[in-house]
Ligand binder design. Structure first.
Ligand code: DGJ
Length: 714
């Protein structure tokens, strides 16, 4: 059945967009709806010649052949070897000490892999037993390509070990131009800052070296000043990753991405292979809006789990910001009662529920309930919460340990550490060495038992520190630098095993807020706690940035008490900001007045009316907080028959003032059907009018918001 389905997808895609991979003589064109990735074979070598607008597919694009200061042309699989005039994607050391690679092409074929047409370029070293295969899949309707590499030690001799110093997912080449880079720049509580900068000669590196992705996320966009076209790329990995963008003096770009091999190496024994994570990349001729929409479509259709990607996410309540660690049964039951009254569907208990967890100094690692706080265990409380009609969810931080825990007292050697080096704690915690099988089995069993013994429908998987002292002294020295890669392999394995056994449980990727937002996690968890920052104004920036490369139904947004009313911000405004993704409430609802509860009930009901559009619609970011003092985001059904626009004023725009004149007085909409008539309040307009002339911007005053509904008139 699955095979028939895959064949139908391939045939439908070919019918709609033509053959995605076309071979003409020595040229290979990989084509999506709007883009082409072109390769050329010359003298037994394969070169990237063009990546960009599909219009160029008809020509055999001749790249400017020589890179400055070098007699060579950049190859499709650049390796460490010969002149150091490129960024290599494969670097290896052979047993005799040779550190140069020379690849020859063995075979080029087109295969269907995971229902995608894929160019498979098989190469091997001219002398040594190393095979390197580059895969490039084409996803025409999403304007997306995927690259990854498998390196194999093909030796039959038991002694022939190859040390891999670097193995990235792939390299991209772009013809000379003046280029700008858009990327995320941030820190904890200020994640996803949307930054654009001109590239100049040299290498710009976006990366993670401690498993944390607050500073940059594994995503980038490239644009030129004279053109609306936008290139985009993402590394699908949750450990250390890197994206390097090198501009040469003549303006050409080379971009490489994948696992960050900084302080990492792999020992490939005879017969062993290593496959990189994917790097996806694409081109949108119409600018960032379309690029973002293509990325969202791709992530939802090709990265996320098909069984959860379109499922409507429930509205949740979590008392973390109201109570922190001070939780107990009766208090949680009181919250649950109010939560039910205002329309919440999922009740989540956060940090503090397990043994010894009075504060952040103790307890991590001991995943049994704290009977001081919950004398009857969790199940009676969960039962009473379920009786009110709410599902129950729980917080865990499986990868971490406190020194003050039974687990640490029993297994002090289970952490990442170097002998004779100071152990750095962060939030009083150390990192468990997830590369170890005994650690894996213990934590897996703890999580499995938690889920098997309680009616839990939601897991918030937190991780509150970056790596330090990444030592793994219990394995042979040549394996020790694999620790980060093996850690992530086991992390993925654990999530996959738990999900397979508990398919109805929703998983949320937390990590101190936006500390691990990437497609590796989104392939395994359906939503992300976007940031620990819940101030609605900061959230407007953070959420706008998040949506650059992650879909709205993965973006968890809460209202939370502390900042509302600051600077005149109302609860309604906080709700409208939290409407942008998956709605949650984090306030101390037991302190809410009757009026506040009524507002919350009304807003939650309103969200439920529009959440199918917000969570599953096409997202159009119409006005950016990074460019002015207004924000507008539109969400439209795939068919274009329904749409909702969320609008916000930041600081006051004074009528007639200079700042006012800088702003357009109209809001042009997107993604509608031009010839369809839409009802907007008591007026009606055609889609063409709304997209080309737009609606007047009616919000007046600071920190005001509104929700505009559009419906096609049948
Ligand atoms: C960090 C998370 O982002 C918060 O939401 C909360 O779960 C705390 N950790 C709990 O320790």
């Amino acid at each position: 059945m699955k095979r028939v389905l895959i064949l139908c997808c391939v045939l439908l895609s070919q019918y709609l967009y033509g053959q995605p991979i076309v071979n003409r003589g020595n040229i290979w064109n990989l084509e999506t709806k709007n883009a082409v990735y072109q390769l050329r074979i010359d003298n037994g070598r394969i070169y990237p010649t063009y990546f960009g607008d599909i219009a160029a597919a008809s020509t055999d694009h001749i790249q400017d052949r020589i890179r400055p200061n070098s007699p060579h042309t950049l190859e499709e699989i650049p390796v460490r070897g010969s002149f150091a005039d490129k960024m290599p994607v494969v670097e290896a050391v052979f047993p005799d000490g040779v550190r140069d690679i020379e690849l020859k092409i063995d075979k080029i074929s087109v295969q269907t892999i995971d229902s995608k047409e894929t160019l498979v370029i098989e190469t091997s070293d001219r002398h040594y037993a190393l095979a390197v295969t580059q895969y490039i899949s084409v996803i025409p309707d999403c304007d997306m390509f995927e690259k990854w590499i498998t390196a194999t030690n093909t030796s039959k001799s038991r002694k022939f070990n190859i040390k891999i110093d670097n193995l990235l997912s792939g390299s991209l080449y772009m013809t000379p131009d003046r280029y700008f880079l858009t990327h995320h720049s941030g820190q904890w509580l200020r994640e996803f800052g949307h930054r654009k900068t001109e590239l100049t000669g040299g290498i710009k590196t976006l990366q993670s070296r401690d498993f944390m992705t607050f500073a940059n996320t594994p995503w980038a966009m490239i644009s030129t000043p004279n053109d609306t076209g936008v290139w985009y790329m993402q590394v699908q990995y949750s450990g250390n990753w890197r994206l390097d963008i090198e501009q040469t003096h003549n303006g050409s770009l080379q971009i490489v991405g994948g696992i960050n091999f900084w302080d990492t190496s792999l020992d490939l024994n005879p017969g062993q292979s290593h496959t990189t994570p994917k790097m996806n990349f694409g081109y949108a001729p119409e600018g960032e809006q379309r690029a973002t929409q293509s990325i969202h479509r791709y992530v939802r259709q090709h990265v996320m789990n098909p069984s959860t990607t379109n499922k409507i996410r429930p509205v949740l309540y979590n008392s973390w910001y109201a109570t922190t660690f001070n939780i107990e049964e009766n208090q949680q039951l009181e919250f649950a009662k109010i939560a039910k009254e205002i329309g919440i569907e999922l009740f989540v208990i956060d940090d503090g529920w397990f043994k010894g967890r009075k504060n952040d100094r103790a307890g991590l690692g001991d995943w049994s309930v704290d009977t001081n706080k919950f004398p009857n265990g969790l199940s009676p409380m969960i039962g009473r919460i379920n009786e009110t009609g709410l599902d129950f969810g729980i917080w865990v931080e499986p990868e971490m340990i406190n020194e003050n825990s039974d687990l640490y007292r029993a297994h002090p050697d289970w952490i990442l550490e170097f002998p004779n080096r100071t152990k750095d704690t962060w939030r009083h915690q150390l990192t468990l060495n997830f590369a170890r099988e005994d650690v894996y089995q213990y934590i897996y069993k703890s999580m499995r038992e938690l889920l098997a013994n309680h009616n839990i429908k939601f897991i918030k998987w937190d991780r509150n520190r970056g790596l330090s002292q990444p030592g793994w002294s219990s394995v042979a020295i040549e394996k020790q630098r694999e620790v980060r890669i093996r850690y992530i392999e086991n992390l993925y394995r654990m999530i996959e095993e738990l999900r397979a056994e508990f398919p109805d449980v929703i998983f949320e990727n937390c990590s101190s807020g936006g500390g691990r937002p990437d497609l590796g996690m989104l392939a395994r968890m359906e939503q992300t706690w976007t940031s620990d920052q819940t101030d609605p104004i900061d959230r407007l920036y953070i959420q706008y940035g998040y949506l650059s490369c992650f879909p709205a139904n993965t973006m968890v947004c809460w209202t939370s008490g502390t900042d509302v009313h600051k600077a005149g911000i109302t609860l309604e405004f906080a709700f409208d900001v939290a409407f942008q993704g998956v709605l949650g409430i984090g306030n101390n609802i037991s302190r809410w007045s009757k009026e506040q509860r009524e507002i919350a009930a009304r807003k939650i009901a309103q969200y439920k009316e529009i959440r199918h559009l917000i969570q599953n619609g096409i997202v159009s970011r119409l006005q950016s907080p990074f460019e002015g003092n207004r924000v507008a985001i539109q969400y439209t059904s795939e068919s274009g028959d329904e749409s909702v626009v969320l609008c916000y004023n930041l600081a006051e725009v004074v009528d007639g003032a200079t700042s006012d004149a800088l702003q357009s007085q109209r809001l042009k909409l997107d993604a509608l059907q031009p010839d369809t008539t839409y009802q907007v309040g008591d007026k009606s307009f055609t889609g063409k009018y709304l997209m080309e002339i737009g609606l007047p911007w009616t919000l007046k005053g600071s920190y005001k918001s509104c929700v505009i509904n559009l419906k096609a008139v049948k």
